[in-house]
Ligand binder design. Structure first.
Ligand code: ATP
Ligand code: MG
Length: 402
Protein backbone atom coordinates (compact mmCIF):
# COMPACT_ATOMS: atom_id res chain seq x y z
CA UNK A 1 0.00 0.00 0.00
CA UNK A 2 1.15 3.54 -0.68
CA UNK A 3 2.82 5.43 2.15
CA UNK A 4 0.05 8.07 2.24
CA UNK A 5 -2.46 5.35 3.11
CA UNK A 6 -0.11 3.61 5.53
CA UNK A 7 0.31 6.87 7.44
CA UNK A 8 -3.45 6.88 8.04
CA UNK A 9 -3.75 3.29 9.28
CA UNK A 10 -3.38 4.30 12.95
CA UNK A 11 -6.34 6.64 12.44
CA UNK A 12 -8.47 3.82 11.08
CA UNK A 13 -7.31 1.51 13.88
CA UNK A 14 -8.19 4.09 16.52
CA UNK A 15 -11.73 4.23 15.18
CA UNK A 16 -11.94 0.43 14.93
CA UNK A 17 -10.71 -0.05 18.49
CA UNK A 18 -13.63 2.08 19.64
CA UNK A 19 -15.94 -0.43 17.95
CA UNK A 20 -16.66 1.36 14.65
CA UNK A 21 -15.80 0.74 11.01
CA UNK A 22 -13.57 3.02 8.96
CA UNK A 23 -12.44 2.89 5.32
CA UNK A 24 -10.55 4.92 2.79
CA UNK A 25 -13.03 6.27 0.22
CA UNK A 26 -13.54 8.62 -2.71
CA UNK A 27 -11.07 10.30 -5.00
CA UNK A 28 -7.94 8.92 -3.33
CA UNK A 29 -8.93 5.33 -4.12
CA UNK A 30 -9.75 6.23 -7.71
CA UNK A 31 -6.45 8.07 -8.13
CA UNK A 32 -4.56 5.23 -6.44
CA UNK A 33 -6.00 2.70 -8.90
CA UNK A 34 -5.13 5.05 -11.75
CA UNK A 35 -1.64 5.61 -10.37
CA UNK A 36 -2.25 9.34 -10.28
CA UNK A 37 -1.00 11.70 -7.57
CA UNK A 38 -3.18 11.58 -4.46
CA UNK A 39 -4.35 14.87 -2.91
CA UNK A 40 -6.48 14.26 0.11
CA UNK A 41 -7.21 11.10 2.00
CA UNK A 42 -10.88 10.82 2.89
CA UNK A 43 -12.11 8.31 5.42
CA UNK A 44 -15.69 7.14 5.85
CA UNK A 45 -16.79 5.75 9.19
CA UNK A 46 -19.78 4.35 11.04
CA UNK A 47 -18.89 6.58 14.00
CA UNK A 48 -20.84 9.83 14.34
CA UNK A 49 -18.94 13.14 14.21
CA UNK A 50 -19.18 13.43 18.00
CA UNK A 51 -17.77 9.94 18.38
CA UNK A 52 -14.92 10.77 15.97
CA UNK A 53 -14.15 13.96 17.89
CA UNK A 54 -13.95 12.10 21.14
CA UNK A 55 -11.30 9.75 19.72
CA UNK A 56 -8.70 12.29 18.53
CA UNK A 57 -6.85 15.09 20.19
CA UNK A 58 -6.74 17.46 17.21
CA UNK A 59 -9.97 17.86 15.29
CA UNK A 60 -11.56 20.72 13.39
CA UNK A 61 -15.25 20.98 12.54
CA UNK A 62 -15.15 21.66 8.84
CA UNK A 63 -18.52 20.38 7.80
CA UNK A 64 -20.08 18.89 10.83
CA UNK A 65 -23.58 19.47 9.42
CA UNK A 66 -22.72 16.98 6.65
CA UNK A 67 -20.97 14.70 9.08
CA UNK A 68 -17.38 15.69 8.32
CA UNK A 69 -14.66 16.23 10.90
CA UNK A 70 -11.08 17.05 10.03
CA UNK A 71 -8.63 15.02 12.06
CA UNK A 72 -5.01 16.08 12.30
CA UNK A 73 -2.82 13.16 13.05
CA UNK A 74 0.98 13.10 12.93
CA UNK A 75 0.98 16.32 10.95
CA UNK A 76 -1.39 14.96 8.28
CA UNK A 77 -5.02 15.94 7.77
CA UNK A 78 -7.83 13.50 7.19
CA UNK A 79 -11.44 14.29 6.37
CA UNK A 80 -13.49 11.79 8.29
CA UNK A 81 -17.13 11.59 7.25
CA UNK A 82 -19.86 9.58 8.90
CA UNK A 83 -21.62 7.07 6.64
CA UNK A 84 -24.70 8.88 5.44
CA UNK A 85 -27.54 8.83 2.99
CA UNK A 86 -29.13 11.88 1.50
CA UNK A 87 -32.69 12.61 0.57
CA UNK A 88 -34.87 15.52 -0.41
CA UNK A 89 -33.05 17.47 -3.12
CA UNK A 90 -36.05 19.67 -3.82
CA UNK A 91 -33.90 22.37 -5.32
CA UNK A 92 -31.65 20.19 -7.53
CA UNK A 93 -28.65 20.89 -5.36
CA UNK A 94 -28.38 20.11 -1.71
CA UNK A 95 -30.23 17.38 0.08
CA UNK A 96 -32.94 18.37 2.56
CA UNK A 97 -31.90 15.63 4.92
CA UNK A 98 -28.61 14.03 5.72
CA UNK A 99 -29.11 10.89 7.66
CA UNK A 100 -26.31 9.02 9.37
CA UNK A 101 -26.33 5.31 8.73
CA UNK A 102 -24.18 2.48 10.01
CA UNK A 103 -23.67 0.78 6.63
CA UNK A 104 -20.78 1.46 4.28
CA UNK A 105 -22.73 0.27 1.28
CA UNK A 106 -25.47 2.89 1.76
CA UNK A 107 -22.77 5.52 1.99
CA UNK A 108 -21.15 4.36 -1.24
CA UNK A 109 -24.55 4.38 -2.91
CA UNK A 110 -25.02 8.13 -2.38
CA UNK A 111 -21.76 8.92 -4.20
CA UNK A 112 -21.83 10.29 -7.73
CA UNK A 113 -19.91 7.92 -10.00
CA UNK A 114 -18.95 4.29 -9.66
CA UNK A 115 -15.26 5.22 -9.87
CA UNK A 116 -15.77 7.41 -6.77
CA UNK A 117 -17.76 4.79 -4.88
CA UNK A 118 -15.01 2.35 -3.99
CA UNK A 119 -13.83 1.89 -0.42
CA UNK A 120 -10.58 0.31 0.73
CA UNK A 121 -9.97 -1.23 4.13
CA UNK A 122 -6.74 -0.91 6.09
CA UNK A 123 -5.38 -4.09 4.52
CA UNK A 124 -5.81 -2.69 1.02
CA UNK A 125 -8.87 -4.75 0.15
CA UNK A 126 -11.43 -2.98 -2.06
CA UNK A 127 -15.13 -2.87 -1.26
CA UNK A 128 -16.65 -2.14 -4.61
CA UNK A 129 -20.38 -2.91 -4.82
CA UNK A 130 -20.94 -0.87 -8.02
CA UNK A 131 -18.09 -2.23 -10.17
CA UNK A 132 -16.12 0.98 -9.94
CA UNK A 133 -12.84 -0.82 -10.50
CA UNK A 134 -14.07 -2.14 -13.82
CA UNK A 135 -15.26 1.33 -14.85
CA UNK A 136 -11.81 2.71 -14.03
CA UNK A 137 -10.18 -0.02 -16.12
CA UNK A 138 -12.43 0.90 -19.02
CA UNK A 139 -11.89 4.60 -18.35
CA UNK A 140 -15.58 5.26 -18.27
CA UNK A 141 -17.71 7.53 -16.08
CA UNK A 142 -20.92 5.88 -14.92
CA UNK A 143 -23.35 7.22 -12.32
CA UNK A 144 -24.18 5.08 -9.32
CA UNK A 145 -27.78 4.13 -10.15
CA UNK A 146 -30.06 5.91 -12.58
CA UNK A 147 -28.26 8.84 -14.18
CA UNK A 148 -31.32 11.07 -14.53
CA UNK A 149 -32.25 10.55 -10.92
CA UNK A 150 -28.74 11.31 -9.76
CA UNK A 151 -28.50 14.51 -11.81
CA UNK A 152 -31.92 15.64 -10.65
CA UNK A 153 -30.76 15.20 -7.07
CA UNK A 154 -27.68 17.33 -7.65
CA UNK A 155 -27.17 18.99 -11.01
CA UNK A 156 -23.55 19.82 -10.25
CA UNK A 157 -22.76 16.15 -10.87
CA UNK A 158 -23.11 16.84 -14.61
CA UNK A 159 -20.28 19.35 -14.39
CA UNK A 160 -18.27 16.96 -12.28
CA UNK A 161 -18.70 14.22 -14.88
CA UNK A 162 -17.37 16.47 -17.62
CA UNK A 163 -14.50 17.84 -15.56
CA UNK A 164 -13.43 14.22 -14.94
CA UNK A 165 -13.45 13.67 -18.73
CA UNK A 166 -10.81 16.38 -18.93
CA UNK A 167 -8.85 15.48 -15.81
CA UNK A 168 -8.76 11.71 -16.17
CA UNK A 169 -9.13 11.38 -19.96
CA UNK A 170 -12.19 9.18 -19.46
CA UNK A 171 -15.37 8.99 -21.54
CA UNK A 172 -18.98 9.24 -20.42
CA UNK A 173 -20.99 6.06 -20.62
CA UNK A 174 -23.95 6.36 -22.95
CA UNK A 175 -26.70 6.49 -20.32
CA UNK A 176 -24.80 9.09 -18.32
CA UNK A 177 -24.29 11.21 -21.43
CA UNK A 178 -27.93 10.97 -22.53
CA UNK A 179 -29.04 12.03 -19.07
CA UNK A 180 -26.89 15.15 -19.31
CA UNK A 181 -28.59 16.07 -22.60
CA UNK A 182 -31.95 15.74 -20.88
CA UNK A 183 -31.06 17.43 -17.61
CA UNK A 184 -28.63 20.15 -18.75
CA UNK A 185 -31.12 22.90 -17.90
CA UNK A 186 -31.00 21.91 -14.24
CA UNK A 187 -27.56 23.47 -14.06
CA UNK A 188 -29.31 26.83 -13.69
CA UNK A 189 -30.04 25.88 -10.08
CA UNK A 190 -26.35 25.56 -9.25
CA UNK A 191 -24.35 28.48 -7.90
CA UNK A 192 -21.80 30.14 -10.15
CA UNK A 193 -19.04 29.46 -7.62
CA UNK A 194 -19.54 25.71 -7.81
CA UNK A 195 -19.78 25.76 -11.61
CA UNK A 196 -16.60 27.82 -11.85
CA UNK A 197 -14.74 25.51 -9.51
CA UNK A 198 -15.50 22.54 -11.76
CA UNK A 199 -14.83 24.52 -14.93
CA UNK A 200 -11.44 25.61 -13.60
CA UNK A 201 -10.55 22.00 -12.84
CA UNK A 202 -11.70 21.14 -16.36
CA UNK A 203 -9.40 23.79 -17.85
CA UNK A 204 -6.48 22.37 -15.90
CA UNK A 205 -7.08 18.87 -17.22
CA UNK A 206 -5.23 17.37 -20.14
CA UNK A 207 -8.31 16.50 -22.18
CA UNK A 208 -10.08 19.86 -22.10
CA UNK A 209 -10.89 19.69 -25.79
CA UNK A 210 -13.20 16.69 -25.36
CA UNK A 211 -14.67 18.13 -22.19
CA UNK A 212 -15.40 21.55 -23.73
CA UNK A 213 -16.89 19.83 -26.77
CA UNK A 214 -19.14 17.83 -24.43
CA UNK A 215 -20.29 20.97 -22.62
CA UNK A 216 -21.33 22.27 -25.98
CA UNK A 217 -22.81 19.05 -27.35
CA UNK A 218 -24.92 18.33 -24.28
CA UNK A 219 -26.19 21.89 -24.01
CA UNK A 220 -24.70 22.47 -20.56
CA UNK A 221 -22.76 25.41 -21.94
CA UNK A 222 -25.92 27.54 -22.18
CA UNK A 223 -26.16 27.58 -18.40
CA UNK A 224 -22.65 28.79 -17.79
CA UNK A 225 -22.02 32.46 -16.98
CA UNK A 226 -22.18 34.92 -19.86
CA UNK A 227 -22.51 32.28 -22.59
CA UNK A 228 -26.21 32.37 -23.44
CA UNK A 229 -26.56 33.43 -27.06
CA UNK A 230 -22.93 32.67 -27.83
CA UNK A 231 -23.20 28.88 -27.97
CA UNK A 232 -22.55 28.73 -31.71
CA UNK A 233 -19.27 30.66 -31.41
CA UNK A 234 -18.26 28.42 -28.55
CA UNK A 235 -19.04 25.26 -30.47
CA UNK A 236 -17.24 26.27 -33.67
CA UNK A 237 -14.10 27.35 -31.91
CA UNK A 238 -13.54 24.48 -29.52
CA UNK A 239 -10.73 22.80 -31.37
CA UNK A 240 -8.22 20.08 -30.57
CA UNK A 241 -5.45 22.69 -30.23
CA UNK A 242 -6.91 23.99 -26.95
CA UNK A 243 -5.45 20.88 -25.31
CA UNK A 244 -2.02 22.49 -25.62
CA UNK A 245 -3.08 25.67 -23.81
CA UNK A 246 -2.92 26.37 -20.08
CA UNK A 247 -5.93 27.45 -18.05
CA UNK A 248 -5.16 31.17 -18.45
CA UNK A 249 -4.56 30.74 -22.14
CA UNK A 250 -7.91 29.01 -22.64
CA UNK A 251 -9.69 31.84 -20.82
CA UNK A 252 -8.00 34.27 -23.19
CA UNK A 253 -8.88 32.12 -26.18
CA UNK A 254 -12.52 31.99 -25.07
CA UNK A 255 -12.66 35.77 -24.56
CA UNK A 256 -11.40 36.17 -28.11
CA UNK A 257 -13.61 33.63 -29.87
CA UNK A 258 -16.71 34.71 -27.97
CA UNK A 259 -15.94 38.28 -28.95
CA UNK A 260 -16.34 39.61 -25.44
CA UNK A 261 -16.32 43.45 -25.40
CA UNK A 262 -16.02 43.83 -21.68
CA UNK A 263 -13.79 41.02 -20.41
CA UNK A 264 -13.75 42.44 -16.87
CA UNK A 265 -17.52 42.08 -16.47
CA UNK A 266 -17.59 38.70 -18.21
CA UNK A 267 -14.91 37.25 -15.95
CA UNK A 268 -16.49 38.77 -12.86
CA UNK A 269 -19.71 37.03 -13.78
CA UNK A 270 -17.75 33.81 -13.34
CA UNK A 271 -16.68 35.09 -9.90
CA UNK A 272 -13.04 34.55 -10.72
CA UNK A 273 -10.57 36.02 -8.21
CA UNK A 274 -9.94 39.70 -8.95
CA UNK A 275 -6.23 39.10 -9.43
CA UNK A 276 -7.00 36.66 -12.22
CA UNK A 277 -9.59 39.00 -13.75
CA UNK A 278 -6.96 41.74 -13.83
CA UNK A 279 -4.31 39.54 -15.38
CA UNK A 280 -6.65 38.19 -18.05
CA UNK A 281 -8.10 41.61 -18.85
CA UNK A 282 -4.61 42.99 -19.37
CA UNK A 283 -3.67 40.02 -21.52
CA UNK A 284 -6.80 40.49 -23.58
CA UNK A 285 -5.86 44.09 -24.33
CA UNK A 286 -2.42 42.91 -25.33
CA UNK A 287 -3.95 40.25 -27.59
CA UNK A 288 -6.10 42.88 -29.28
CA UNK A 289 -2.98 44.94 -29.97
CA UNK A 290 -1.10 41.88 -31.19
CA UNK A 291 -3.88 41.30 -33.71
CA UNK A 292 -3.06 44.65 -35.29
CA UNK A 293 0.75 44.47 -35.33
CA UNK A 294 3.78 42.24 -34.76
CA UNK A 295 5.67 42.39 -31.48
CA UNK A 296 8.11 45.22 -30.94
CA UNK A 297 10.43 45.93 -28.03
CA UNK A 298 8.03 48.27 -26.26
CA UNK A 299 5.08 45.89 -26.53
CA UNK A 300 7.17 43.04 -25.24
CA UNK A 301 8.54 45.09 -22.35
CA UNK A 302 5.09 46.37 -21.38
CA UNK A 303 3.58 42.89 -21.59
CA UNK A 304 6.25 41.01 -19.65
CA UNK A 305 7.40 37.53 -20.59
CA UNK A 306 4.53 35.54 -19.11
CA UNK A 307 1.84 37.63 -20.78
CA UNK A 308 3.76 37.70 -24.06
CA UNK A 309 3.89 33.90 -24.11
CA UNK A 310 0.20 33.56 -23.22
CA UNK A 311 -0.83 36.12 -25.81
CA UNK A 312 1.34 34.74 -28.59
CA UNK A 313 0.20 31.17 -27.97
CA UNK A 314 -3.43 32.23 -28.12
CA UNK A 315 -2.79 34.43 -31.15
CA UNK A 316 -1.27 31.52 -33.06
CA UNK A 317 -3.98 29.11 -31.93
CA UNK A 318 -6.60 31.53 -33.24
CA UNK A 319 -4.78 31.53 -36.58
CA UNK A 320 -4.51 27.76 -36.64
CA UNK A 321 -0.73 27.90 -36.31
CA UNK A 322 1.55 25.76 -34.20
CA UNK A 323 2.56 27.08 -30.77
CA UNK A 324 5.51 24.77 -30.44
CA UNK A 325 8.21 27.41 -30.74
CA UNK A 326 6.48 30.28 -28.94
CA UNK A 327 8.19 29.91 -25.61
CA UNK A 328 11.64 29.76 -27.14
CA UNK A 329 11.04 32.63 -29.54
CA UNK A 330 9.54 34.96 -26.96
CA UNK A 331 12.31 34.11 -24.48
CA UNK A 332 15.02 34.98 -26.97
CA UNK A 333 13.43 38.34 -27.84
CA UNK A 334 12.81 39.05 -24.20
CA UNK A 335 16.41 38.33 -23.24
CA UNK A 336 17.57 40.86 -25.81
CA UNK A 337 15.63 43.71 -24.21
CA UNK A 338 18.00 46.28 -22.70
CA UNK A 339 15.87 46.34 -19.55
CA UNK A 340 12.89 44.28 -18.41
CA UNK A 341 11.56 46.49 -15.63
CA UNK A 342 11.57 50.08 -14.46
CA UNK A 343 13.59 49.11 -11.39
CA UNK A 344 16.57 48.58 -13.66
CA UNK A 345 16.71 52.29 -14.44
CA UNK A 346 18.42 53.90 -11.49
CA UNK A 347 16.92 57.30 -12.06
CA UNK A 348 14.08 58.46 -9.83
CA UNK A 349 11.64 61.35 -9.94
CA UNK A 350 13.73 62.97 -7.24
CA UNK A 351 16.82 62.88 -9.48
CA UNK A 352 14.87 64.54 -12.29
CA UNK A 353 13.66 67.33 -10.04
CA UNK A 354 17.20 67.95 -8.81
CA UNK A 355 18.79 67.88 -12.25
CA UNK A 356 16.36 70.31 -13.80
CA UNK A 357 15.33 72.26 -10.73
CA UNK A 358 11.69 71.88 -11.60
CA UNK A 359 8.90 70.93 -9.20
CA UNK A 360 7.18 67.57 -9.45
CA UNK A 361 4.25 67.08 -11.77
CA UNK A 362 3.02 64.89 -14.60
CA UNK A 363 6.25 65.63 -16.47
CA UNK A 364 8.09 63.22 -14.13
CA UNK A 365 6.06 60.24 -15.23
CA UNK A 366 6.29 61.27 -18.88
CA UNK A 367 10.03 61.75 -18.67
CA UNK A 368 10.57 58.40 -16.96
CA UNK A 369 8.57 56.79 -19.76
CA UNK A 370 10.69 58.63 -22.36
CA UNK A 371 13.83 57.31 -20.68
CA UNK A 372 12.41 53.79 -20.61
CA UNK A 373 11.59 53.87 -24.31
CA UNK A 374 14.98 55.35 -25.20
CA UNK A 375 16.78 52.66 -23.26
CA UNK A 376 14.74 49.95 -24.97
CA UNK A 377 15.60 51.48 -28.35
CA UNK A 378 19.23 51.56 -27.22
CA UNK A 379 19.46 55.33 -27.72
CA UNK A 380 20.92 55.53 -24.25
CA UNK A 381 22.24 53.08 -21.66
CA UNK A 382 20.59 52.48 -18.28
CA UNK A 383 23.38 54.23 -16.37
CA UNK A 384 22.52 57.34 -14.40
CA UNK A 385 25.17 59.75 -15.68
CA UNK A 386 24.53 58.70 -19.24
CA UNK A 387 20.82 59.29 -18.86
CA UNK A 388 21.37 62.74 -17.39
CA UNK A 389 23.58 63.81 -20.27
CA UNK A 390 21.22 62.32 -22.80
CA UNK A 391 18.26 64.17 -21.33
CA UNK A 392 20.17 67.44 -21.32
CA UNK A 393 21.07 66.94 -24.98
CA UNK A 394 17.44 66.23 -25.89
CA UNK A 395 16.20 69.25 -24.02
CA UNK A 396 18.76 71.48 -25.63
CA UNK A 397 17.55 70.32 -29.03
CA UNK A 398 13.97 70.96 -28.09
CA UNK A 399 14.73 74.25 -26.42
CA UNK A 400 13.09 73.07 -23.20
CA UNK A 401 14.25 73.81 -19.72
CA UNK A 402 14.05 70.14 -18.79
P1 ATP B 1 -10.79 15.58 -6.54
O1 ATP B 1 -9.65 14.85 -7.12
O2 ATP B 1 -11.15 16.77 -7.33
O3 ATP B 1 -10.68 15.87 -5.07
P2 ATP B 1 -12.87 13.83 -5.68
O4 ATP B 1 -13.59 12.71 -6.36
O5 ATP B 1 -12.06 13.48 -4.49
O6 ATP B 1 -12.01 14.57 -6.76
P3 ATP B 1 -14.30 15.57 -3.92
O7 ATP B 1 -15.12 16.76 -4.26
O8 ATP B 1 -13.09 15.71 -3.10
O9 ATP B 1 -13.94 14.90 -5.33
O10 ATP B 1 -15.31 14.54 -3.26
C1 ATP B 1 -14.90 13.38 -2.57
C2 ATP B 1 -15.88 12.26 -2.84
O11 ATP B 1 -17.19 12.64 -2.41
C3 ATP B 1 -16.05 11.88 -4.30
O12 ATP B 1 -15.06 10.97 -4.72
C4 ATP B 1 -17.44 11.28 -4.30
O13 ATP B 1 -17.42 9.97 -3.82
C5 ATP B 1 -18.17 12.14 -3.32
N1 ATP B 1 -18.84 13.31 -3.94
C6 ATP B 1 -18.31 14.54 -4.13
N2 ATP B 1 -19.21 15.37 -4.69
C7 ATP B 1 -20.32 14.65 -4.86
C8 ATP B 1 -21.62 14.95 -5.40
N3 ATP B 1 -21.90 16.16 -5.87
N4 ATP B 1 -22.53 13.94 -5.38
C9 ATP B 1 -22.23 12.73 -4.90
N5 ATP B 1 -21.05 12.39 -4.39
C10 ATP B 1 -20.09 13.33 -4.38
MG1 MG C 1 -11.05 14.94 -3.20
Amino acid sequence: MLQVFQNAIPVIETIERAGFEAYFVGGSIRDYILDRPIHDIDIATSATPQEVKSLFRHTIDIGIEHGTVLVIYNGNQYEITTFRTESGYKDFRRPDHVEYVRSLELDLQRRDFTMNAIAMDKKGKFIDPFAGYEAISQKVIVTVGNANERFREDALRMMRAIRFVSQLVFTLNEETKQAIYQDAHLLQHISVERITLEFTKLLNGSNKYQALALLSETGLITYMPGIKGKEKQFQTNVIQAVNDLTENQVWLYLLAVLNIDDPGSFLKEWRLPSKKVKYLTRNYECLMLRKTQPWNKIMLYDAGKETAIDVEKVFRTLKGQSIERVEQEVSIDYQQLAITSREQINVTGKDLMEWFEVKGGPWIKETLRTIEVAILHKEVGPNKQEIKEWLQRCNLQQGKKY
